[in-house]
Design a protein around this ligand. Structure first.
Ligand code: NAD
Length: 511
């Protein structure tokens, strides 16, 4: 595959001049879905329709599941070092196409180029970590649990695994799962978000060109709810990795486990950023801008509530620093260098967030910065908006609104801040800005969240560590990435062996 080409093999070539319909990749072949309906994948910066996404049916899912099942025994029997080399070949392909993948992310969902490059880079890091699979897979042994008896624990693949992924990280999130799953000896089906599937499609095209990854090991099925439910119900699928909204995560866990699958389901978030009265605002405010408004607030780690600790004077100081920074934040087409706040994924998403802002104002929130009148031709852009919290239990303060809308809550002290943060139903990320070691120590110990940032606005996933939230931000137990990924994608087997005494006369001595 040429690094610079944007023409996709996994598309319908007949539709000259028309947006192409994506194909599924099943058993090593690009195949048209049986779907009669499609959705448009729209560039939120221009409104252009980039591709049509087939709403794959249960029959498509069934074909993918059978192909993955057929390929699994031989793949599991492939030497672990060879599987590691296959993942390394994927790492090389991703790395040499990083710019192209970055552009696809920006076109498909609006994300600013720098952010998109970072997301692809994080996906590559997960792939790199999975290259170490021979070390990660090693089991445990205990000699002499009884006389002449030793015990070993092996990790074996779960079988066929599927990943169902959200729109906001179309490169990174599929790569949280795919490399680890196949490195462990599983075969894999990806159902990417129907809103921006061209980046994962391109990743699978790259896989198609990698000889070390045999047909059927990786498959992609496009679509929405029917495809997801088909995967959740399918008897040939053994495990599901999911990322998306909290309500979808519950549905996936419920339906997937009912058919006996292992499920990890990472859900939504409402993350607070506590700004202590000793925080250096020159460091904190830019970090808060990136957190609240980067990717138009469409990150599960976005800081969407600023919890400002301090007296009247400090509150005024923080409020005006946030207002100044938000109203001058580079906002617009994500393809333009330097933009921090790009369009949202689509006009309907923008309208939903603007309506939530309006409701908050009607309920008593004060406007600190209003970005609602800033939009683009596609109707998907909304400028950074900051509103004060009039009621700590309001929709603005408690619900995931997933847009460039920052709620501002002012409190007396760290006790009050922690009480607010920990009363959330979510526990994905929690951030504190301070120069006090004592405040940091208390916050990181007491805060109820899976990912904690200390003077860091976005405590982003790091490939070598587990990534997920607590409470309603995650259902299941094993997180994504790091050693948790290996735990999730393997089953443990414990073998107890009694070593028979040597037959009389065998030349082993008497010991
Ligand atoms: P979503 O839940 O709408 O969609 C996620 C996937 O589930 C998609 O592939 C979609 O096709 C499918 N889906 C959606 N509704 C379904 C239904 N009713 N039945 C069957 N399948 C369904 O999520 P989204 O809007 O694409 O992504 C944004 C959400 O993801 C936010 O809530 C965000 O916080 C969350 N997220 C969480 C993390 C995390 O690590 N916890 C990371 C990224 C995004």
């Amino acid at each position: 595959m040429e690094p610079e080409t944007l023409t996709q093999a996994g598309t319908d070539e007949n539709a000259a001049g028309e947006p192409e319909t994506l194909k599924n990749y099943i058993g090593g072949e690009w195949v048209a879905s049986a779907a009669t309906e499609t959705l448009d994948d729209v560039d939120p910066a221009t409104g252009a329709v980039l591709a049509r996404v087939p709403l794959s049916t249960e029959a498509d899912v069934d074909a993918a599941a059978r192909a993955a099942r057929a390929a699994q025994p031989a793949w599991a029997a492939t030497a672990v070092a060879k599987r590691a080399r296959a993942v390394f070949a994927l790492r090389e392909a991703l790395s040499s196409h990083q710019d192209e993948l970055t552009r696809l992310v920006t076109e498909d969902m609006g994300k600013a180029l720098d952010d998109a490059r970072g997301e692809v880079g994080r996906g590559i890091e997960s792939t790199e970590n999975a290259c170490g699979i021979p070390n990660l897979l090693k089991g445990e042994t205990l000699e002499g649990v009884a006389s002449g008896v030793d015990v070993e624990m092996w990790r074996q693949p779960v079988g066929v695994v599927a990943a169902i992924t959200p729109f906001n990280f179309p490169a990174m999130i599929p790569l949280w799962f795919l490399p680890y799953a196949i490195a462990c000896g599983n075969t894999f089906i990806l159902k990417p978000s129907e809103r921006d599937p061209r980046t994962p499609q391109r990743i699978v095209e790259l896989i198609d060109g990698i000889g070390e990854i045999p047909a059927g090991v990786v498959n992609i099925v496009h679509g929405a709810h029917d495809a997801v439910n088909g995967l959740l119900d399918h008897p040939e699928i053994d495990a599901i990795s999911f990322v998306g909204q909290a309500s979808t995560a519950l549905h996936v866990m419920d339906r997937g486990t009912r058919s006996g699958k292992r499920v990890q389901a990472l859900g939504g978030a409402k993350n607070s950023m506590v700004v202590m009265d000793d925080a250096d605002l020159d460091l904190a405010v830019p970090a808060m801008m990136q957190s609240a408004f980067g990717n138009a607030g469409q990150r599960c780690l976005a800081g969407s509530v600023a919890v400002v600790v301090g007296d009247e004077e400090r509150r005024r100081e923080v409020r005006s620093a946030l207002a100044e920074a938000a109203s001058t934040l580079p906002t617009g087409n994500g393809a333009e260098e330097g933009v921090v706040c790009p369009p949202m994924v689509a006009a309907d998403a923008r309208d939903r967030v603007a309506a939530a802002a309006e409701r908050a104002i009607e309920q008593g929130s004060e406007v600190v910065v209003d970005g609602r009148d800033r939009t683009n031709a596609a109707g998907a852009l909304m400028g950074p908006t900051i509103l004060t919290v009039s009621d700590p239990e309001s929709e603005l303060a408690r619900e995931e609104l997933f847009g460039p809308l920052l709620a501002l809550l002012e409190v007396e002290d760290l006790d009050e801040a922690l009480e607010f943060v920990n009363s959330s139903r979510y526990g994905n990320a929690a951030v504190i800005f301070t120069s006090s070691g004592e405040a940091v120590r208390r916050y990181r110990n007491e805060v109820e969240a899976g990912m904690v940032g200390v003077n860091v606005g976005v405590p982003a996933p790091v490939a070598w560590f587990p990534f997920a939230g607590w409470k309603d931000s995650m259902v299941g137990d094993l997180h994504a990435n790091g050693h948790d990924a290996v735990e999730f994608y393997t089953r443990k087997k414990v073998v107890t062996t009694r070593w028979q005494p040597a037959k009389k006369g065998a030349a082993f001595g008497t010991h």
